[in-house]
Unconditional design. Structure first.
Length: 221
């Protein structure tokens, strides 16, 4: 383990040891103390995973991006391939998260909006309070379509990229809702949404799309 990693984990190890000793002495049961220490360790791991990011630290990814990235780490254990903060070579904007797995290819932008303002769909128009968010939806759609075109050109065959906005903050009357060609999803439901894809890709297809995306969608930073 690197010295920097050791320094980061020393306070966590000390906190776990304190929990073991204090609760072990108070309850007279070392089993209770060990259980409490394990709970503290799990809490640290969860907290750290939500704060870590593959995007360079100086870029300071938003809290919404970090929260989505934490969910995507779980999906990677099931064979999903993920790229973060990718730019469109001949277009504007950034795809926060590009994902390809058994259920297809996806482009997700993560947003943190004011939780005090309701989110509603009115005649195919998305409003956050009284503010229209249609422009943001159209940007996400354009980014996904550009990625779709570039990857298809690289592979020499057509692929589909499903766009989404993962929203954290305001309550929504749905887990996911398709609007103007983009899925508007509750931020904490990203993993559930990914499993709703209709495609059935093989391991070879997943790897091909991932490598093509890695080439034509360079890192933003």
């Amino acid at each position: 383990m690197q010295p920097a990693s050791v320094r980061r984990w020393l306070p966590k190890a000390a906190a776990c040891l304190v929990a073991v000793l204090v609760l072990g002495l108070l309850t007279g049961s070392w089993r209770v103390g060990v259980t409490a220490g394990a709970a503290v360790l799990v809490g640290f791991v969860v907290y750290t995973s939500q704060r870590q990011s593959e995007v360079p630290q100086w870029r300071r990814p938003s809290s919404a991006q970090r929260r989505t990235e934490a969910q995507l780490r779980v999906m990677q254990r099931f064979g999903y391939r993920v790229l973060h903060a990718r730019r469109i070579q001949d277009g504007n904007g950034q795809i926060d998260h590009f994902i390809v797995g058994r259920r297809g290819a996806f482009a997700i932008d993560s947003e943190s909006w004011d939780k005090r303002l309701p989110l509603r769909n009115k005649l195919e128009q998305l409003y956050h309070g009284r503010f229209s968010k249609n422009e943001r939806i159209d940007e996400a759609l354009a980014e996904a379509r550009n990625a779709e075109r570039l990857i298809s050109q690289e592979l020499g065959r057509e692929i589909k990229v499903r766009p989404a906005l993962a929203i954290y903050g305001p309550s929504m009357p749905w887990d996911s809702h398709r609007l103007r060609g983009v899925d508007i999803i509750v931020g904490t439901k990203v993993r559930k949404w990914l499993r709703s894809g209709k495609d059935r890709l093989s391991e070879e297809e997943i790897e091909e799309i991932y490598q093509a995306a890695k080439k034509v969608l360079p890192p933003r930073y």
